[in-house]
Design a protein around this ligand. Structure first.
Ligand code: BEZ
Length: 415
């Protein structure tokens, strides 16, 4: 893993960095903004032809803890999209402010406020962990700050908490595993055990899997869990061995996923009880557990070998820039950059044109490495979900498990 960024180095996260943007008007809340154009008109004549103010982007991602590698990949992908535009979006350079959120929900309010209140960022980008994202979304709703979520799937954010200024470019927790239930039932499994971390992402993925599996005729016989980011899997693996279900389905991600795959194989279960998961189980971890992961089948909105020129080109460029292979997190970061860039271009860099920005993001059609996707009324991607199988160091594309799947977005009143 190479945490450095060979394309653009982010600005240091200091109070100086906030003030170094020159005569930029301080603009606290996205929805309350009067606009950069008006501010430019108020400047004395010699300044009229000055460069437009930099767009202040607050990157709140994990760079330590269980999801550190996921945060790095998102950061890389976002900056790659910006670099493809010569380092500018909508004609404006970007000033980055970064916070390591440690995937710690308890620190989410303080970390988010650092970016919103202290650094006065225009846009918040984050994060990976659903619990942290729920904290960010609460503050984004209260302050009107534009929030782009490049991973965390917490269903409520594009459900009852949905908001005009909050957009997700990744998935809802319901999305990737709903098709998994159907796939497993079609593969002849009648009973399954669900296992995951006990927090929003694990619980919501479990509920979605159960719904999909049982609608397709299967039965979830037991739901097992442990607190995030605990990786003491042994007692739960012993319980699975005793229950003898037809199959096991799970949600784990990052370093914990690698440990679960290794422990499942070491417990002698891999050849006895087939293991499935949402694709986070095997994305970004195959270098660590290639041997133990061979043949595992998962569902996700990305695969390593999609049959598209767009994906091949993206993968080549990413590998050249970062000296590592991209994964779903890199794609989500990249797409977040694409969505922001397209919206900024639509308003010609006028971040103050909030209605124009929102309209552009709502109407976005993203030419993504994962395949073209559109934004739902609740501001969540409508996208294909793929069935993948681990072969060598890749999550190989097998088939489209569900075409153009939209989250039910229960409780969202937008649109
Ligand atoms: C989540 O907490 O929403 C999450 C974390 C890692 C991968 C996928 C989802």
């Amino acid at each position: 893993m190479t945490p450095t960024d060979p394309i653009i180095q982010p600005a240091a996260h200091t109070a100086d960095s906030a003030s170094a943007s020159g005569p930029t008007p301080s603009r606290r809340a996205f929805l309350a903004r009067s606009g950069g154009t008006a501010a430019a008109l108020a400047l004395p004549a010699p300044f009229i032809h000055a460069q437009p103010a930099k767009l202040k982007v607050g990157m709140m991602l994990p760079s330590s803890g269980a999801f550190a590698a996921l945060g790095t990949a998102i950061n890389n992908g976002f900056k790659m999209a910006v670099a493809e535009r010569g380092g500018k979006i909508g004609g404006r350079e970007i000033e980055y402010f970064t916070v390591d959120d440690e995937s710690n929900p308890a620190k989410a309010p303080e970390n988010t406020n650092r970016l919103v209140q202290r650094d006065k960022v225009d846009v918040l980008v984050g994060t990976v962990h659903s619990g942290v994202a729920l904290g960010m979304a609460k503050i984004a709703r209260e302050t009107g700050t534009l929030l782009l979520i490049p991973n965390a799937g917490a269903d409520d954010i594009t459900g009852p908490m949905c908001s005009p200024n909050i957009f997700r470019t990744s998935f809802s927790n319901w999305q990737p595993v709903h098709p998994l239930g159907k796939v497993m039932a079609e593969r002849g499994h009648k009973t399954a055990v669900w296992i995951s971390w006990k927090y929003a992402a694990g619980d919501e993925s479990g509920a979605s899997f159960k719904q999909g599996f049982e609608r397709a005729g299967g039965k979830v016989v037991k739901e097992l869990g442990l607190p995030f980011p605990n990786v003491e899997f042994q007692p739960l693996l012993a319980e699975i061995a005793a229950l003898k279900p037809d199959a096991v389905a799970c949600f784990f991600a990052g370093a914990g996923a690698a440990k679960f795959v290794a422990d499942y194989a070491a417990a002698g279960l891999k050849d006895k009880i087939p293991l499935y998961g949402s694709g986070f189980l095997t994305d970004g971890v195959l270098q660590a557990v290639q041997a133990q992961a061979q043949g595992l089948m998962t569902t996700l909105h990305y695969a390593d070998s999609l049959p598209s020129a767009r994906d091949k080109e993206f993968r080549t460029r990413y590998a050249v820039a970062y000296k590592m292979q991209p994964d779903v997190y890199a794609v989500q970061g990249y797409d977040t950059g694409l969505v922001l860039a397209q919206a900024m271009e639509a308003v010609k860099g006028d971040f103050g044109n909030k209605q124009g920005l929102i309209k552009a993001m709502e109407g976005v059609k993203v030419d993504s490495p994962r395949g073209t996707w559109t934004m739902s009324k609740a501001h969540n991607p409508i996208q294909d979900i793929y069935l993948r199988r681990v072969e060598g160091e890749q999550n190989k594309y097998v088939s489209v498990a569900w075409k153009a799947l939209a989250d039910p977005a229960r409780g969202c009143k937008l649109g």
